[in-house]
Design a binder for this molecule. Sequence first.
Ligand code: PLP
Length: 345
Amino acid sequence: MVIQGYPDPGDGLRLHLNENTGGCSPRVLEAIRRVSPSDVSTYPSYPDAVRATARHFGVDPDWVLLTNGLDEGLLMTAVGHIARPRVHDAETIIPLPAFDPYPNATAAVGATAVRVPPGPEFAFPTQAVIDAITPRTRIVFLNTPNNPTGQLIPVPDLVRISQAAPGAVVLIDEAYIEFGGTTFLPELPRFPNVLVGRTFSKAYGLAGLRVGVVIGQPQALDPVRAVTLPFNINGVALAAIEAALSDTEFLPRYAAQVRASRDKLYDACRRLGLPFWPSAANYVLVRVGEAKPFVDALAARKIHVRDRSKDPVTAGCIRITAGIMEHTDAAIEALEDVMATRQGR
Ligand SMILES: Cc1ncc(COP(=O)(O)O)c(C=O)c1O
């Protein structure tokens, strides 16, 4: 039997989807409690939330499209720029390793994904991406910090790629930028072909409400807007947006905790002899060798992490979410236990 949704790992600590392990701002829950019967019985109205989001990002409201999670924004970018109007022989460029929805959205609109392998130690392959651009390229999917490596693409490299692809849309996915790195947003006025993707799922802790944002100039954004359903965000999620943005202490406090958690995970990996990649995001990629039994052993200790071994580029690797310290401590304890068992001690 096929059941909708991502497989639920069951009881235990969820460190497999890069969620906010500390929850969300109390202001969000207060705003949700204030939702009225007519807020529920009427179709949602977007202007206030769009204006608040635009103010937050320092752009005009017509540069903002709220989406049902950034996932929807990625799919609608593909639909808006490839499926309608139908572009034949369209290609997207996807540097590896990559977030699954990039190839999935590409396939959904009948386009071809041109995958570009990384350099040594997951160095971002800027020149190879530029070399892969052709007149058939419709979308270049860039992700900084990268999921799953946590590596950043320097802004000058983002600029070079954007300049090299004037006939395509360059989608810069900044889902984790609040945890480290420099946003492309200040460059956006110079680039009518660039869209920046952001989400409330990670740093703001609203994954369950599904709110993402696609930001860009009308030339790139309007085709996406044209195919996005008019009531794509529900009223409860809308109520949460302004509340989340108004709590200016929540995000820096959580981001600081994530940085401390990352450092502690690095220390543990060094102690345990596990290679890892320093990350700018709220997760760390760790090479464990045979990943499946390792992930299962952690799950048996109620710690759920992501097995990245299906992707040949990250063979033998797991990805561990870095959240609040208490959860990181529990993860490290389980890692130590699994390593001790593995070494037969
Ligand atoms: C790189 C990246 N982009 C986009 C998303 C989508 O986030 P959401 O649909 O929850 O906004 C995720 C979620 O894991 C992600 O890792």
